[in-house]
Design a protein around this ligand. Structure first.
Ligand code: NAD
Ligand code: TYD
Length: 338
């Protein structure tokens, strides 16, 4: 099996590439990535010398580059992770989000159609369902109610991907996962940001009242689920992937402070995010019924091993926090204290 993975230098994509080669899910993996601020080849150090691994620096919006790559490599399957993935950035600057998530997905779908690629997994998010009223959980038939430019771009790309099944019979499945956490996550998202600020004893910025609820999924559980969909998922189908772990943000932050031995006085309330979704919740029932997959990692164990990774990889954190990250941090958090 030869896989073409897009966005394989990012957080989840790099975990998938490492697992695919280390666990021999595939003999060959071609990693297509533009290396934006979120792409980091250090994340692939553990498999960099693997004979079945090839990295190609390319923008998924570059239609002739993508077409050439598909024609040369003729992968058995495409796993499409590449995206602008951060809600706050999409609020400050929606243009790259729309370009990559919509036009980039379109470019890949066209190349897959023209080259008759036999399997395509479009990796998406539970955020496309928008905020879910308790006690409901979204299943795959829930309406799309995206709130941010990020989630709207993902909802649009999901529909585009599904249209390539309906219209062209491309063998495509869409996955919608909840909030991921684990090693190598860029410290702009809640868990790595709070861990790295806690370790440095910097303020932990909580948006609004901190009672927003997210479902937490360990990144390796997510990658195992994608493999299950790759092998057993049906064409034209959507599969939710959740961690069965719903928690309010403040509870997650308190557990991080407890595990790192830092004081709760570091918690700092800041102005809420515009359009902030109150609660995400989804059911895995379809994926479990059709593939047998279930999340394996208990949240407190996953959080402990993630904290341990950030403690042991302070150099990685310092390198990704230099340069561009500082501008983003200033833009997002300055003048926001309540
Ligand atoms: P990430 O931001 O860590 O990585 C994104 C990767 O895509 C980076 O390596 C970046 O360089 C690459 N990329 C961005 N624009 C590109 C372009 N135009 N051409 C080629 N490469 C480009 O993201 P992530 O958290 O690993 O998320 C991966 C996917 O999973 C995304 O599609 C995201 O929507 C989805 N997802 C993420 C989460 C989460 O909690 N992080 C949850 C559900 C779904
Ligand atoms: P995030 O990791 O950005 O993921 P998403 O918005 O895609 O769910 O945020 C997770 C939750 O944490 C969300 O409710 C926003 C909140 N949050 C904060 O309170 N403070 C922060 O500094 C960040 C980054 C997020």
């Amino acid at each position: 099996m030869k896989l073409l993975v897009t966005g394989g230098a990012g957080f989840i994509g790099s975990c998938f590439v490492r697992m695919a080669l280390q666990k021999r899910w595939a003999e060959q993996v071609v990693n297509l990535d533009k290396l934006t601020y979120a792409g980091n080849l250090e994340n692939l150090q553990p498999i960099a010398g693997h004979s079945g691994y090839r990295f190609v620096e390319l923008d998924i919006c570059d239609s002739s580059g993508v077409e050439n790559l598909f024609r040369c490599e003729m992968p058995d399957a495409v796993i499409h992770f590449a995206a602008e993935s951060h809600v706050d950035r999409s609020i400050h600057s929606p243009a790259p989000v729309i370009t990559t998530n919509l036009n980039g997905t379109f470019t890949l779908l066209e190349a897959a159609r023209r080259n008759q690629i036999s399997r395509f997994i479009h990796v998406s998010t539970d955020e496309v369902y928008g905020s879910i009223e308790p006690p409901q959980e979204a299943n795959e038939k829930f309406p799309l109610r995206a709130s941010s430019p990020y989630s709207a771009s993902k909802a649009g790309s999901d529909l585009l991907a599904l249209s390539y099944y309906t219209t062209y019979k491309l063998n495509i499945s869409v996955t919608r996962a909840s909030n991921n956490y684990g090693p190598y996550q860029f410290p702009e998202k809640l868990i790595p940001l709070m861990i790295s600020n806690a370790l440095e004893e910097k303020p932990l910025p909580v948006y609004g009242d901190g009672q927003q609820v997210r479902d937490w999924l360990y990144v390796e559980d997510h990658c195992n689920a994608i493999r299950a969909v790759l092998e057993k998922g049906r064409a034209g189908q959507i599969y939710n992937i959740g961690g069965n772990c719903s928690l309010p943000n403040l509870e997650v932050i308190r557990r991080i402070l407890k595990a790192t031995g830092k004081p709760e006085s570091l918690i700092t309330r800041v102005t809420d995010r515009p359009g902030h979704d109150r609660r995400y919740a989804l059911t895995n029932e379809k994926l479990t019924r059709e593939t047998g997959w279930q999340p394996q990692m208990r949240f407190d164990d996953g959080l402990a091993s993630t904290i341990d990774w950030y403690e042991r990889n302070r150099d990685w954190v310092q390198r990704v926090k230099s340069g561009e990250y500082r501008h983003f941090y200033e833009l997002n958090y300055a003048n926001r204290a309540e």
